[in-house]
Structures are given as structure tokens and as C-alpha cells.
Write a protein that binds this ligand. Structure first.
Ligand SMILES: [Zn+2]
Length: 292
């Protein structure tokens, strides 16, 4: 259920600019000067193989780590690597399932999806910073882990006709002594706290863009770990996923190439995967062999 009560469009305030560490005007997105409409319209009839994508990434991947993947047999393990991202997603899925199995006291589960409003010309880094600020405000002083048993969060990046869209899928689990109705109420309080933080920080986040709903655990694990660089194209018209951009870029599309570079820049220092509470045992990004 979404708490669809208060649509809001709030400009960045001085306070939120200080909080986010972004410039007052916001950096404009690299692709705002490029025409992405053709990229959004043109269908991809053939899907390039991992080998073909890798030949492109060996030379053109924005990250040196990804470019060097496979050299002397060393895998980069990056979420943006055509060769490694699939294995990485499977690994996250397995670790999450393992953590859930290891916690037999788990009761109801919810999936909470958090977004900030679309702004066509805003840089991905700014959109991501705004989302992270709101997620941080919800979790502030362990509020989140005091109110749920545990959580696992994955970030997803898309480009839509309204601009960059970063959203967070969070599995929330509760103890088996918690009734479903209480878990549902906690889910609503989490969304309310998120929207209050948006108001306070002057970050545009529509109530209609937030969602929290009950989910079976195994379905939830599949849902939050569904995307990687070899995921098939999305059926949402006009929506470009990183995997679709890689397909385009590998065919020589300069716009897709620039957008991948923007994703790479924006990803630095940002977490794609986080665990808390009783699911912390499945910590994944702390392991040195993995890169973000
Ligand atoms: Zn790799």
C-alpha cells in the first residue's frame, strides 16, 4: 500500500544543499545536452552476448577496474561488469537467502520501495545523494533497526523520459512474535518518516512514488536482486536500464557511452547493497574481494 496523501514538489533549500553537499544550482546531467529520445524509442532486436559486451568494456569501460577484468585471471566483481555482475547478483541472492535461513525467528516481511521525484535535467549524482540523504534520515540513530528486525537494501538505477531515476528496494523483516498488522503499521510509519525528512530537507519526493507492501521472503529476495548488466531489456517504454545502455554503447552509441560514464562517476562512494539488524550476518560489501 502506498500512503498516497500528500503530493509534493519542493525545491532544494539552502539547508538541504548543505546537507547533501551539492551546489545550490545542482549539477546538470551530462545527458541533458544529448538527445536520448532516439535511444529510448529504438528497439533492440538483437541482444549482444557477454563476450561482445566484454570486448567493448575491455577498451571503453569508464572504470579501470572493469577494463582490467580478466587480466591475469583477476575478476573485477563490479556490478557494472558484463562478466561479473550476473555472478555478483547471484552471490548477493545466495547470501541473503542464507542469512534469512539462519534466522529462524523471522516472521512477516515487507518490501519498501523509496524514490525521489524525477527532475529531467538533474545529474544522477544529485538524485542519488538526495535519495541517500532521505534513507539516512529514516535510519538516523538506529531508528530503523529499532523498529524492524532486520533489512536488506538494493539500489537500482534507471533513466526514464523524466530523467535519472534511482530507487531503493528494501526487504524489511520482523520477528515471528510480530503480528502482520503491526508490521504493516511500521511500514506506514517508515514511509511517513521518509516523507517528513523530504519536507524538512526540501527534497522533492512524492507520496505516490513510495510503496510498502507484504511480500513472501523468497519472492522478496528475487525481487530486490533482479537486475544486473546482462538483464534483458525492460518493457517499460522509454526506460533505459544500465544493461540496455551497455548494449547500446557496445554498438557504438556515444550517448549511451556518456550515460554509462555518468553512472560510473555517480557510483563512486555510494553503496548499492546494505544490510542491517538481524540480517547483518550476510555482509557482503565488506569483503575485500568485492568492489562496488
Ligand atoms: Zn568483471
Amino acid at each position: 500500500m502506498s500512503t498516497a496523501t500528500r503530493p509534493r514538489r519542493v525545491p532544494f533549500t539552502r539547508e538541504s544543499v548543505r546537507y547533501l553537499g551539492t551546489k545550490a544550482r545542482g549539477r546538470s546531467s551530462l545527458d541533458s545536452s544529448l538527445d536520448v529520445s532516439e535511444l529510448q524509442r529504438a528497439p533492440l532486436r538483437e541482444w549482444l552476448s557477454v563476450g561482445e559486451l566484454r570486448r567493448y568494456q575491455d577498451v571503453h569501460a569508464p572504470s579501470r577496474g572493469v577494463r582490467m577484468c580478466g587480466v591475469r585471471g583477476r575478476m573485477c566483481r563490479s556490478a557494472r561488469c558484463a562478466r561479473c555482475s550476473h555472478r555478483r547478483a547471484a552471490d548477493v541472492r545466495a547470501r541473503l537467502a542464507e542469512a534469512l535461513r539462519a534466522a529462524p525467528e523471522i516472521g512477516p516481511a515487507l518490501v519498501w520501495t523509496a524514490t525521489v521525484s524525477h527532475t529531467p535535467d538533474r545529474a544522477l549524482g544529485d538524485v542519488w545523494a538526495a535519495l541517500d540523504a532521505l534513507l539516512g534520515a529514516v535510519a538516523h540513530r538506529q531508528w530503523l533497526t529499532r523498529n524492524v528486525g532486520g533489512y536488506a537494501r538494493l539500489l537500482e538505477i534507471e533513466h526514464t523520459p523524466e530523467g535519472w531515476h534511482v530507487h531503493a528496494h528494501t526487504i524489511l523483516v520482523f520477528g515471528n512474535d510480530v503480528p502482520r498488522s503491526e508490521a504493516a503499521r511500521t511500514g506506514e510509519r517508515i514511509v511517513a518518516r521518509y516523507l517528513d525528512a523530504a519536507d524538512r530537507l526540501g527534497i522533492a519526493a512524492d507520496a505516490s512514488g513510495q510503496d510498502v507492501r507484504p511480500f513472501g521472503l523468497s519472492a522478496a529476495v528475487g525481487y530486490v536482486t533482479k537486475s544486473h548488466m546482462t538483464t534483458a531489456p525492460t518493457s517499460t517504454p522509454g526506460t533505459l536500464t544500465p544493461s540496455m545502455l551497455l548494449q547500446r554503447a557496445a554498438r557504438g552509441d556515444a550517448t549511451a557511452d556518456a550515460m554509462l560514464a555518468e553512472i560510473d562517476r555517480a557510483s563512486r562512494g555510494r553503496k548499492l547493497f546494505a544490510l542491517g539488524g538481524m540480517l547483518r550476518g550476510a555482509r557482503h560489501e565488506r569483503r575485500p574481494r568485492f568492489q562496488k
